[in-house]
Design a protein. Sequence first.
Length: 123
Amino acid sequence: MTQFQTFSVSDAAATRIATVLANRKRSAAEQSTTPPAALRVAVEAGGCNGFQYQFTLIPQDAIAPDDVHFEKAGALVVVDPTSLDLLANAQLDFTDKLMGAHFTVKNPIAVSSCGCGTSFSVA
């Protein structure tokens, strides 16, 4: 990790990311394609509340020099500095329940969010 300690990755999220990356790397090797190296977490304008989370598997060459790296249990998560401002003290988590499995962001600066949890607003 770098000096930015404001964002964290839960054990459940790290385990799931590591599993997905390993599976995709095996698949990429079989197909001779570029494997993903990290999960990018970004915040973009949009969604039903003003901002929305984006989760994207990216190859090594898509990691920008100014991305902030968060490594845990074999999982690499990268966040761009602009998104990191909107993820202050937030945590990336992974939930696997009867209604489905998905990544979630527990974000203390979000004052409201949509029912699906992918968009939010700030004060």
